[in-house]
Design a protein around this ligand. Structure first.
Ligand code: SF4
Ligand code: SF4
Length: 387
């Protein structure tokens, strides 16, 4: 041992806790380092973000390095390549859970949790304003006897001005297709996805249990989400609270409507389009087909594919709670994504997630790129659908 090196003290209790929290996930790692090589932080950071080292620390029951632990966007790219199949995002969530217990969460994240606690949304917005985006739309309260689906708007599409346009576009599309749908309005519960991503599993379980109870009370079964993050958390986590819930992302629902002959288009969009797959659709839920089917129906040209597409998608940088943390200029994955989109010659960069939309559009504005417009698939469908 070098004179100034601190001895490493192993903590059996913490080791047990991490094994419990990760279901033993980290134990399978044999330290090959593929995850470190694959992680997109390696493309934007000068200093290596050693994913492998953090996994090793989890194996040993050592807390994660507080400075780098919160970088992970939970994009899942490393997991897809890990030869041992380690659920690396889940190990990060477990390490973050320990950091919460030690009061080591970074500035910005406690306010996310407090806002969820007081307002039922992570954006610090009053619950009474949840339906302001749809004031003029006269949306009916969900009734299981009358409606085919519940449209689950989600907090970002309810409160963020830009994402509200996705929700308004979807309403237009549902109406054009003659869908009987309702919303829960100001009673819409939070999905808790952000709470889970930042590692506060105990608080997430409380929120999810309460939200599941709201769905149960309103007789909700089929539910269509704006965000892939809502879809993912309902699909992967809510089964233990409310087994009857049948979540779909809206692109999957629109693909269903297409094949049932319920969605028709008046005019194709005569623009060159490429598609950015959201990680929480393409990688976490293997959904790469439905968004492309829907886009293909709106176009009169072939969809242009980027270098990293489908399950190989490159994260926009907005997952894992990163929407609530600063990312330095020059370190944004979305900048890399724009370069890939521009290389295809596309005029429109389509996506299907409010976080992706925000990150990609921020990069377009910051770089003053005029030849590329970022649109959500819902907006493209709304522009082309026959009413
Ligand atoms: S890729 Fe998998 S096995 Fe290799 S170091 Fe990372 S977690 Fe461990
Ligand atoms: S999930 Fe994504 S951001 Fe997190 S360590 Fe893996 S590759 Fe990096």
């Amino acid at each position: 041992m070098k004179p100034n090196d601190e001895p490493i003290l192993l903590d059996d209790a913490l080791w047990d806790e991490l094994i419990t929290l990760t279901g033993g996930e980290a134990a399978a790692c044999y330290q090959c380092g593929v995850c470190t090589a694959i992680c997109p932080w390696g493309l934007v950071k000068e200093e290596t973000f050693s994913v492998r080292t953090l996994i090793r620390r989890a194996q040993l029951g050592l807390p994660g390095g507080a400075d780098v632990l919160w970088l992970c966007t939970t994009c899942g790219e490393c997991e897809a390549y890990c030869p041992r199949g380690v659920d690396i995002p889940n190990v990060f969530r477990a390490l973050r859970g320990v950091a919460w217990q030690r009061r080591e969460a970074p500035e910005g994240l406690p306010s996310l949790l407090w806002s969820n606690y007081w307002n039922d949304n992570p954006w610090g917005q009053p619950p009474s304003q949840r339906m302001q985006w749809a004031q003029d739309l006269e949306l009916p309260l969900f009734d299981p006897a009358e409606h085919e689906i519940l449209y689950y708007v989600g907090s970002t599409a309810a409160y963020d001005k830009r994402a509200q346009q996705i929700a308004r576009a979807l309403v237009k599309v549902f109406r054009a297709a003659g869908i009987a749908f309702g919303v829960l309005g100001v009673h819409e519960p939070p999905d808790g996805a952000e709470i889970l991503d930042v590692g506060h599993r105990r608080y997430f379980a409380e929120v999810a249990e309460q939200s599941a109870e709201v769905f149960r009370t309103h007789g909700v079964t089929r539910l269509v989400t704006t965000s892939p993050h809502s879809y993912d958390v309902f699909k992967q986590e809510y089964g233990r609270f409310y087994a009857a819930l049948q979540p779909l992302h809206y692109t999957q629902y629109l693909a269903e409507l297409l094949s049932a002959g319920r969605l028709h288009f008046a005019k194709p969009l005569a623009r060159k389009i490429t598609f950015h797959d959201p990680c929480y659709l393409a990688r976490h839920n293997d959904e790469t087909v439905a968004p492309r089917q829907v886009l293909a129906a709106t176009l009169d040209t072939e969809l242009l594919e980027m270098e990293n597409s489908g399950a190989e998608t490159l994260c926009c940088g907005g997952g894992g709670g990163r929407m609530w943390l600063e990312t330095a200029a020059g370190e944004r994955f979305s900048d890399l994504r724009l370069d890939e989109a521009l290389e295809t010659g596309a005029e429109v960069l389509a996506t299907a997630c409010p976080f992706c939309l925000a990150c990609l559009e921020d990069s377009v504005k910051a770089r003053g790129i005029e030849q590329l417009q970022v649109l959500d698939i819902a907006e493209i469908v709304a522009l082309t659908v026959a009413s």
